[in-house]
Design a protein around this ligand. Structure first.
Ligand SMILES: Nc1ncnc2c1ncn2[C@@H]1O[C@H](COP(=O)(O)OP(=O)(O)OP(=O)(O)O)[C@@H](O)[C@H]1O
Length: 313
């Protein structure tokens, strides 16, 4: 192998080195949502909080997934980034092919209006109080360039799809919390988004109503083909989806996959594209693994042991 000198007038320049480094890495992943090594640091009054600390997430087009995690683990921060409301500090994040770190102001606004839909936990935040359900649904259609003459009909069809056609003429204060949330799902789909984000959509509701909200989210996923990502503490929701991703300390730690919805799932640790794995803290604590471990490749598994000097104390 030849040796090249990097210097003025000799050898490859910086751009060339960058191109080679990129070519050496794995090819870019594809999907509706692709986050790699995503970092978001909040700075307030001189204090830094690392809300996301190198998070990886891949969501395929057409999936319906749940995102769970303890309070403060970074779920809302991630949703804000995917919705184009917040900008990551480092790493990469793409939604429907849009690079969320490189977007200019104009593209970001367009992205929010056309590519994503959002349902908030607080029912009151999702709807304008002085408009009827059908008028609320028609509103985002203006941003998405739906011709004016088609808006009322399309809004009515969306409400029908979600089983709430009879609410079309009612204002939010004439509906229950669950009805408002289903109208909110119609509003979030009015611009035909590629990705629907829902932050604790069943958080303020009882379990029977939560089932209705979840059924509405499932309808838009199955009938309209929208990719849906739900942040939830609700066990019912987490058990009803095929894939549940758990965030811990600003990183994706484990995933539960279910062969069929409602069936018991299998929990997997997440391996990133360069082979990094986050060991669960209860495992590392039980075996007092810290700093370095010994690995051994076996026929069908990898063994992980405490390093010799740490075993001897
Ligand atoms: N704007 C902000 N300024 C400073 N720190 C923030 C800001 N937003 C979030 N954080 C911090 O970032 C971390 C992650 O917060 P985030 O709201 O994303 O967590 P979460 O998992 O959504 O929590 P919850 O389930 O309680 O909503 C927390 O430590 C939080 O205090």
């Amino acid at each position: 192998m030849g040796v090249e000198t990097v210097g003025v007038g000799a050898g490859p320049d910086f751009e060339e080195l960058r191109r080679r480094a990129a070519a050496d890495g794995p090819p870019p992943a594809e999907g509706m949502v692709v986050c790699e090594n995503l970092v978001r640091i909040h700075r307030t009054e001189g204090v830094e909080v690392q809300a996301l600390q190198g998070l990886d997430l891949l969501v395929e087009e057409g999936e319906l997934i749940a995102l769970v995690g303890a309070s403060g683990s970074g779920k809302s921060t991630l949703l804000g980034i995917l919705a184009g409301l917040d900008v990551p500090t480092a790493g990469s994040a793409r939604v429907a092919g849009h690079d969320l770190l490189a977007m200019g102001k104009r593209e970001r606004l367009d992205f929010r209006r056309r590519t994503v839909g959002f349902v908030w936990q607080q029912t009151a935040r999702n709807l304008l109080p002085y408009l009827t359900a059908v008028e609320n649904v028609m509103l985002p259609m203006g941003y998405a360039s739906v011709p004016r003459r088609d808006r009322r009909r399309q809004a009515g069809e969306l409400l029908e799809l979600l089983g709430i056609g009879h609410l079309a003429g009612r204002r939010p204060d004439e509906m229950s919390g669950g009805e408002q949330q289903r109208v909110a799902i119609a509003v979030a789909n009015a611009n035909s988004p590629a990705l629907l984000l829902a932050d604790e959509p069943t958080g303020e509701l009882d379990s029977a109503t939560s089932e209705e909200i979840f059924a509405a989210l499932r309808s838009v996923n199955e009938e309209l083909g929208v990719t849906v990502l739900i942040v939830t503490h609700d066990l019912m929701v987490a058990q009803e989806v095929r894939r549940t991703v758990r965030i811990r300390n600003g990183r994706t730690s484990t995933e539960v996959l279910r062969p069929e919805r409602g069936e018991p799932g299998v929990e997997y640790a997440v391996l990133d594209r360069v082979g990094r794995l986050q060991l669960p803290p209860d495992f590392t604590e039980a075996l007092q693994l810290s700093r370095r471990v010994r690995l051994a490749l076996e026929e069908d598994h990898i063994g992980v042991w405490r390093a010799e000097e740490e075993v001897q104390g």
